[in-house]
Design a protein around this ligand. Structure first.
Ligand code: ACO
Length: 150
C-alpha cells in the first residue's frame, strides 16, 4: 500500500535487516542486530507458522529505510467455536517521523489483517503513556497485564 509519495506499507521481507529494521525496533527496547543468517532463519521460522505471524513495515522509498514496524499474531482457540484472537505487538515508529499518523496506519493495517482472517477481537499490552495513542486508534482499556520474567 502506498501511503504517500515516498512511503510504502508492506509485509516484512527476509532482507529487511539491511533497511534499518533493528534501528526502528530500538525505539521499543534493546534490539541488537542479528546476523543476516540468523535474521533469515528467524524470518523463515515465523513464515513456517502459516497464518500466525503478520509483520508489516513502512519503508521510506527515497532512502530505502524502514521507518515503522508492527505485528499481529493470530492465536487459534478452542472456545468461541475455534475462534481467533489477534495480538498486536511491537509497534514502532522512528523518532524522526513520530506524530505523522504512521503509528495509526500500522494499527489500521494490522486490524484489517485480523478482520479479514476472522478474529473476534484484537488485544495488546501497552504502557500508561501510550494509552492516548491506542484510544485514538479505537481501543479501550480492559483488565491488567501480568508478567514473570524468565
Ligand atoms: N500521547 C497522546 N497522544 C498521542 C501519543 C501520546 N504519547 N502518541 C500518539 N498520540 C496521538 C497523536 O497525537 C494522534 O492523534 P490525532 O489523530 O488527534 O492527531 C494519534 O495518537 C495517532 O498518532 P500517530 O501520529 O499515528 O503516532 P506515531 O506515528 O507517533 O506512533 C507510537 C505512535 C507507535 C506510540 C510511536 O510514538 C512510537 O513508536 N513510540 C515508541 C515505541 C512505543 O512505545 N511503541 C508502542 C509500544 S506498545 C505495543 O507495541 C503493543
Amino acid at each position: 500500500e502506498q501511503l504517500g509519495p515516498d512511503l510504502h506499507l508492506r509485509p516484512l521481507a527476509s532482507d529487511d535487516f539491511k533497511r534499518g529494521h533493528f534501528d526502528v525496533l530500538s525505539v521499543l527496547t534493546a534490539a541488537p542486530q542479528l546476523t543476516p543468517k540468523a535474521y533469515k532463519d528467524n524470518f523463515d521460522e515465523l513464515k513456517a507458522c502459516a497464518g500466525t505471524y503478520f509483520i508489516i513495515v513502512i519503508v521510506d522509498t527515497s532512502s530505502d529505510k524502514i521507518v515503522g514496524s508492527g505485528s499481529v499474531i493470530l492465536e487459534r482457540k478452542f472456545l468461541r467455536a475455534a475462534g481467533l484472537v489477534g495480538h498486536i505487538e511491537d509497534i514502532a515508529v522512528s523518532k524522526a517521523v513520530q506524530g505523522k499518523k504512521l503509528g495509526l496506519r500500522i494499527i489500521n493495517a494490522l486490524e484489517e489483517i485480523g478482520r479479514v482472517r476472522g478474529c473476534y477481537k484484537i488485544i495488546l499490552d501497552c504502557s500508561d503513556k501510550n494509552i492516548p495513542f491506542y484510544e485514538k486508534c479505537g481501543f479501550k482499556h480492559k483488565e491488567f497485564q501480568m508478567v514473570r520474567y524468565m
